[in-house]
Design a protein around this ligand. Structure first.
Ligand code: ADP
Length: 468
């Protein structure tokens, strides 16, 4: 039964309440007992005083004293004894044989009364139970001539106390029952969200990434539920992108394979194919195989880049010099399309720490794209400037641009605005995904702005990089 949080809480509440009630009840009972005994003490002493006033004048008349003792005993419902100045019994209201023949009483109350004090104390007698003795001196002309001694049962006080204790017990038990019910409800309220989270976690572990938990309130459990939901959303997105990636990759690989199959079938078929056609077909097959090689090569490269344990080959890199180098390499390609490829920005070195080979991939891909998607006679500008301790690379063109709805997706693997056109120019749709991955690995960011028909600007911000 202690295996659930709600039971543990209920038992804890219960123990706390039992201890609290126990202590409070005990203290209350004790102070009530003290109060009632105090009351009784005052009453008895007052009554004894009245009797002692009456006894003072008749101290020499045993018959009158006997009468006074009996009358007072009836009136005050106590046993009344009247003693002489030596503590010997002169009169006993109950006339019991044990006090015949004037025995001497030696109770502490009597002794102190003989010294002139009025005293009342509680005693526990083996047979009668709790009683109170009260003794008060009989004073005549400033002389103690005797003592009035009361013996009163305390049964009524203890009966009252017992009745009150019983009431307390009943109230406490009712309160406990109420506490059990309330604590069960409260702890259910606490553990229900935990159970919901467990349920959802189990579903997620079984592969259902669509599960969400209800967020109620604003406590830590609600925050946990919210975190769970964001985690589920991330996993959902990841799963979705994985599915899309597999579908896209299969499709991309299938296209050249289907072409190759269509080209090979006639070559190995029954019909003879003339030499010129055979050559054409073989050249087409070679192109498709090159494309397959490109695709698989880039896919492997991308998965290599995405491996979390893959570290960069860090070294100081002069981005300005690197940009000059790549612009030089791609100039013939640009010139082939009469594109004006220019390098602007800092003429000085712009140095950061990074992986030179990968950073050159970033520049090559961006400039190659800019040339590919800019028409004849266009202009492509490559700018490198230092920014703070890092650097900014900017590749702008005045080409066809990218439609606004496509902008958020161009870094996705295999995404191309115009599939047919991209494929015709040899694009795989993986270039920008690779670029983004490399920029991320360097702790940088890449942004794109574009206006269809006016041109596109890719901006890469790179931090200074680690200290070597
Ligand atoms: P691809 O191999 O097709 O070039 P990328 O990942 O490099 O693949 O680019 C994705 C898509 O983004 C391209 O197909 C193209 O539609 C668009 N794109 C990239 N760069 C430019 C640019 N400079 N101008 C216009 N469109 C571009």
């Amino acid at each position: 039964m202690f295996h659930s949080i709600s039971n543990k809480l209920a038992v804890t509440y219960l123990l706390v309440i039992i201890i609290a009630f126990g202590v409070v009840n005990l203290l209350a009972a004790q102070s009530l007992e003290n109060y009632l005994l105090g009351e009784r003490r005052v009453t008895l002493l007052t009554q004894a005083n009245i009797v002692s006033g009456g006894a003072a004048t008749i101290i020499d008349s045993p018959i009158n004293l006997e009468f006074l003792a009996r009358e007072s005993s009836k009136r005050f419902e106590v046993r009344v004894l009247i003693l002489d100045a030596g503590g010997h019994v002169l009169a006993d209201a109950f006339g019991s044989p044990e006090f015949q023949g004037k025995p001497k009483l030696t109770h502490p109350e009597v002794i102190r009364a003989l010294q002139g004090e009025s005293v009342a104390n509680r005693h526990l007698l083996p047979e009668e139970g709790p009683v109170m003795y009260a003794a008060t001196p009989i004073v005549l002309q400033k002389q103690v001539v005797g003592v009035v001694f009361f013996s009163a049962t305390l049964d009524d006080v203890y009966t009252t106390l017992r009745e009150i204790a019983l009431d307390q017990l009943v109230v406490s038990l009712l309160a406990l029952a109420l506490v059990v019910v309330i604590s069960l409800i409260l702890s259910r309220g606490l553990t229900q969200p935990i159970s919901n989270l467990r349920e959802a976690t189990r579903k997620m572990a079984a592969g259902n990434f669509g599960v969400r938990v209800q967020v109620e309130g604003r406590d830590e459990l609600a925050a946990l539920a919210q975190d769970f939901n964001s985690m589920a959303e991330s996993l959902d997105r990841l799963e979705e992108s994985r599915r899309r990636f597999i579908a896209n990759a299969s499709h991309e690989l299938k296209t050249p394979i289907s072409s190759i199959k269509a080209l090979i079938d006639p070559l190995v078929g029954e019909h003879r194919v003339d030499e010129a056609t055979r050559r054409d077909f073989l050249e087409d097959i070679q192109r498709q195989i090159d494309r397959l090689a490109d695709l698989t090569g880039e896919l492997l490269h991308l998965s290599e880049l995405e491996r979390p344990d893959r570290t960069l080959n860090y070294a100081p890199v002069d981005l300005a010099a690197l940009a000059d180098e790549i612009v030089g390499e791609l100039r013939p390609l640009a010139q082939g399309q009469e594109i004006n490829l220019v390098r602007t920005g800092s003429p000085e070195g712009v140095s950061i720490t990074g992986d030179r080979r990968r950073l050159s991939e970033v520049l090559t891909n961006l400039i190659d794209n800019a040339i590919k998607y800019t028409g004849v006679g266009g202009r492509v500008e490559v700018e490198v400037v230092p920014v703070g301790e890092g650097a900014r690379l900017r590749v702008s063109d005045n080409g066809q641009g990218i439609p606004a709805e496509a902008l958020p997706r161009i870094f996705e693997r295999f995404y191309r605005v115009d599939k047919a056109r991209s494929r015709a120019t040899g694009g795989t749709g993986l270039g920008l995904a690779i670029v983004q991955q490399i920029v991320k690995q360097h702790g940088g960011v890449i942004e794109v702005e574009s206006e269809p028909g006016r041109g596109t600007v890719f901006t890469v911000l790179l931090p200074k990089g680690i200290n070597l």
